[in-house]
Design a protein around this ligand. Structure first.
Ligand code: DP6
Length: 399
């Protein structure tokens, strides 16, 4: 927390995460308690991150929120739930007594939040957004406790963005949700060769949001019930083992199967929900042809509630697979911007590989590929010039 002329300010950044054992379904929609545990990989903030500044001042007359430079509804129930929980923890910490050095809990708050990636790219931003909101607020009030429980109140998957590397969200048993927490399974340094390719295929909004979609699934899909009760517990233990052992074959196979089962529960929902598109199915088939050609799992796909594909691979596979994607989905324009993020080397494909894997190219179908890797959890931004709110507590004009 930095005090500037009566203004207390804190800025944090937070990452996006991609689940390899999916969360789909709540047993309590108010507290956001899931029907099964889930496990994700936190992606590196050099490529994908949210930055949030929270400020408090005696002079503010109301709570206000700006998202990517535009004023947004601070009264949103999930934003309010996070604010309320952080303030409750701050009050508890002070033991109800008046600590004059501490920031007054009666001051109104201004919050500004920005992504370093286009929202239109359809990359899940609510997890990073709520993890960042909670981190910045916690910093403002000087909280140091477990905060995944608070981030969970913003968006279920946000609790996993409170840690770096490989993260489990434990379902928990208690009705009040106090044991429904995220825990780090392994840090981001654990598997240095692991890479992630996000194939951005669409800027369109999802047909059915995940919050509404998963509730319909809970109400109508017997497959989802079976998945939560009988499939996920074993898969979660298996996935933890594959990660501990850095076993890409096991990790990749299980990630693909779990993504497929999640989308099967969407089809089993009534009326059915379709997140996969023809293009997602072409990417799935391409990954399987590629793995079959090599005789083992070299790439693994996973899809959330949208058509973008997330591909896991080891570093030594990236250049070749990126070339396979480029041949299969030749860029429409600006071919030099097709690969973004971490550098990708060049690769020459053998005739056999092209013949076996590249069938019927679809020009322009993949907009671009973002190359990234596992990364750390939320970070504090010390440099005051990076605050998104100026000394007047209003968003700084953006260049
Ligand atoms: C398919 O966390 O967005 O990405 O808790 O209602 O905010 P709410 O849902 P959200 O759901 C994410 C679903 C998923 C799978 C996952 O991330 O585990």
């Amino acid at each position: 927390m930095a005090a500037e002329r009566g203004l207390a300010v804190a800025t944090c950044t937070a990452p996006v995460n991609i689940a390899v054992i999916k969360y789909w379904g709540k047993r309590d929609t108010d507290l956001i308690l899931p029907i099964n545990s889930s496990l994700s990989v936190t992606l590196h903030q050099d490529q994908l991150k949210t930055t949030t500044t929270a400020a408090a001042s005696r002079d503010f007359t109301e709570d206000r929120l700006w998202l990517n430079g535009k004023e947004a509804d601070v009264g949103h129930p999930r934003v309010q739930a996070c604010l309320r929980e952080v303030r409750r923890l701050a009050r508890k910490r002070r033991g109800g007594g008046e600590d004059t050095a501490a920031l007054s809990l009666s001051y109104k708050i201004h919050i500004a939040s920005e992504n370093n990636f286009p929202t239109a790219a359809g990359l899940a931003s609510s997890a990073a957004g709520y993890a960042c909101l909670v981190s910045a607020l916690a910093r403002l009030y000087g909280l140091e406790e477990e905060l995944s429980e608070v981030a969970r109140r913003g968006s279920g998957s946000a609790c996993r963005s409170m840690f770096g590397g490989f993260v489990q969200w434990q379902r928990g048993e208690r009705p009040d949700g106090t044991d429904s927490l995220a825990l780090q399974v392994a840090p981001e340094t654990h598997w240095p060769e692991l890479r992630v390719l996000v194939l951005v295929v669409s800027g369109e909004k999802k047909p059915v949001g995940s919050t509404v979609g998963m509730q319909t699934s809970v109400e109508t899909s017997p497959l989802l019930k079976h998945r939560a009760e009988a499939v996920v517990p074993e898969r979660l233990a298996q996935m933890m083992r594959h990660i501990q052992e850095r076993d890409f074959e096991g990790f990749g196979q299980l990630a693909m199967r779990d993504s497929n089962q999640f989308h099967a529960t969407c089809l089993d929902t009534f009326p059915p929900i379709f997140y996969l598109t023809d293009l997602s199915r072409q990417i799935i088939a391409l990954a399987h042809r590629y793995n079959t050609h090599h005789g083992h799992t070299k790439v693994a796909y996973t899809f959330d509630a949208g058509p973008n594909a997330v591909i896991f691979a080891l570093a030594d596979t990236v250049a070749e697979f990126v070339e396979v994607v480029r041949r299969s989905f030749p860029p429409a324009t600006n071919g030099d911007q097709f690969v973004r993020g971490l550098p990708v080397g060049s690769a020459v494909l053998s005739q056999e590989l092209v013949a076996a894997v590249v069938t019927e190219p679809v020009p322009g179908a993949v907009q671009y590929i973002l190359h990234t890797k596992p990364g750390p959890g939320p970070q504090l931004v010390d440099d005051p010039s990076q605050h998104l709110l100026g000394a007047d507590g209003l968003p700084r004009s953006r260049a």
